[in-house]
Design a binder for this molecule. Structure first.
Ligand code: UD1
Length: 416
């Protein structure tokens, strides 16, 4: 198992470039199932999750090639309608092939993704939405077997603005007969990127980025070349690392409006930063005021930034309350942070964080992607050498994290 060995306590200095967004590229790769033509995705991050999604596409009969930051996809014939269990099991996001595969060939078999570290993560709203578009869904030996001879536009109200359900429904509805009105839809920037991509292929989607999306079904989609938006979670993580470590870092390739809720909380905490060209310059001083955080759907505070934010707050002056409302089990980093000297108490869905002077180095385990990023942040601020283990979780979502951090002066090395 690989680990990061991090000697903390160093100020960070320099420039860091943000990669394309993992959560945008994954559904966009799935949406390329809608067309028989070639698709080129620019700024596609080279991450484990993206490789897994590529393998899913190949298992269905598609061709996937990478050249530097570009991903080339072509799915002339769908030879298979069943995604292998191992791949679905590796990455829950691969369920986003349901909508487009159903639209393209009228059938999809997929193993139920089951639970995962950060909560039970059911897919009932994906299924309900596809049923409302005319699909029949049955469970067969742990597999979901979904068929639809035709899909019809419908009025669909989501009980909760689920990102994945919005994406799956949008992709299926894009090829349905008639217009779908998707109410209480997720408004994340990645939804807008997906809608833009589908529209570039000939789709007719309006309203993405608001809570009502209108999807007029079309019969045919053509190939396109699309640039993936920058990863707001990666950007937010490095902004927090720069703030927590001190020094001056320019984080480039950022869309600041995607980070509005984080930036508002940084203002409250006393972090100094400013917009600079296509980036955000953070002038870190390491020590801040406690703030309260409540994770919410976009444009609220992102659950994906909760762990790094909480890690920064462990050394803030005063008491912060961090409340997680999106996933039920997303405080797995807390026990590890406590082993580094943090003073945190969990009460239901909240973590009460009493700021301490400093964290101590320790050997800690990354339980999931964002928890792992929080632990790396903590290790960067602790004087001495820490080890962050189980880093395959971190590498699912952060491209070249160690090299990028070394580029701004961090002492971090990857060991196998
Ligand atoms: C996506 C992101 C993930 C982010 C999350 C919330 C990707 C690949 N992943 O995950 O990084 O943390 O959005 O911003 O884009 N739920 C149900 N039934 C459903 C669907 C969801 O109960 O059918 C629940 C989930 O268990 C969770 C909540 O709704 O508690 C939010 O989930 P959702 O918005 O669907 O997140 P994902 O699409 O899985």
């Amino acid at each position: 198992m690989s680990k990061f060995v991090i000697t903390g306590g160093k100020e960070l200095e320099g420039k860091i470039d943000i990669s394309g967004a993992k959560n945008a590229v994954l559904p966009i790769i799935a949406a390329s199932l809608l067309t028989l033509d070639k698709v080129v995705l620019e700024d596609a991050p080279d991450l484990l999750d993206v490789q897994v999604m590529g393998q899913v596409i190949e298992s269905l009969g598609g061709k996937v090639k990478r050249k530097n930051k570009k991903l080339y996809l072509e799915i002339k014939d769908v030879e298979n309608i069943e995604a292998p269990y191992d791949l679905i099991n590796k990455m829950r996001a691969s369920i986003c092939i349901m909508g487009p595969l159903l639209a393209r060939v009228g059938r999809v078999r997929i193993s139920h993704p089951g639970g995962c570290a950060i909560g039970s993560r059911p897919i009932n709203w994906h299924i309900k939405g596809l049923e409302q578009l005319g699909a029949q869904v049955r469970m067969d030996h742990g597999f979901l077997d979904i068929t639809a001879s035709r899909l019809y536009g419908a009025r669909i109200y989501l009980d909760f603005p689920s990102v994945g359900a919005t994406e799956n429904i949008m992709m299926a509805a894009a090829a349905a007969e008639g217009t779908t009105v998707l109410e209480n839809a997720a408004q994340e920037p990645e939804i807008v990127d997906l809608a833009n991509f589908i529209n570039e292929m000939g789709g007719k989607i309006r309203g993405a980025g608001t809570n009502i999306i209108y999807i007029e079904g079309v019969k045919e989609f053509h190939g396109t070349s699309h640039t993936i938006i920058p990863d707001r979670i990666e950007a937010g993580t490095y902004i927090l690392m720069a703030a927590a470590c001190g020094g001056e870092v320019l984080i480039r390739n950022v869309i600041p409006v995607h980070l509005a809720s984080l930036l508002a909380k940084l203002d409250e905490a006393g972090v100094v930063y400013r917009e600079d060209g296509d980036g955000i310059r953070v002038i870190g001083k390491g020590n801040y005021h406690a703030v309260d955080i409540k994770t919410q759907v976009h444009p609220g505070f992102s659950t994906d930034l909760q762990a790094p934010m909480l890690a920064m707050l462990t050394r803030a002056q005063g008491t912060s309350m961090v409340t997680e409302t999106v996933f039920e089990n997303r405080f797995m980093h807390v026990d590890e942070l406590k082993r580094m000297g943090a003073d945190i108490r969990i009460e239901g869905r909240s973590a009460i964080v009493h700021g301490v002077e400093e964290l101590h180095p320790a050997t800690v385990n990354a339980s999931d992607l964002r928890a792992g990023a929080g632990l790396v942040l903590a290790a960067l601020t602790a004087n001495g050498t820490s080890e962050v283990r189980e880093i395959h979780h971190i590498e699912r979502g952060y491209e070249n994290l160690d090299a990028k951090l070394r580029g701004i002066g961090a002492d971090i090395f990857r060991e196998d």
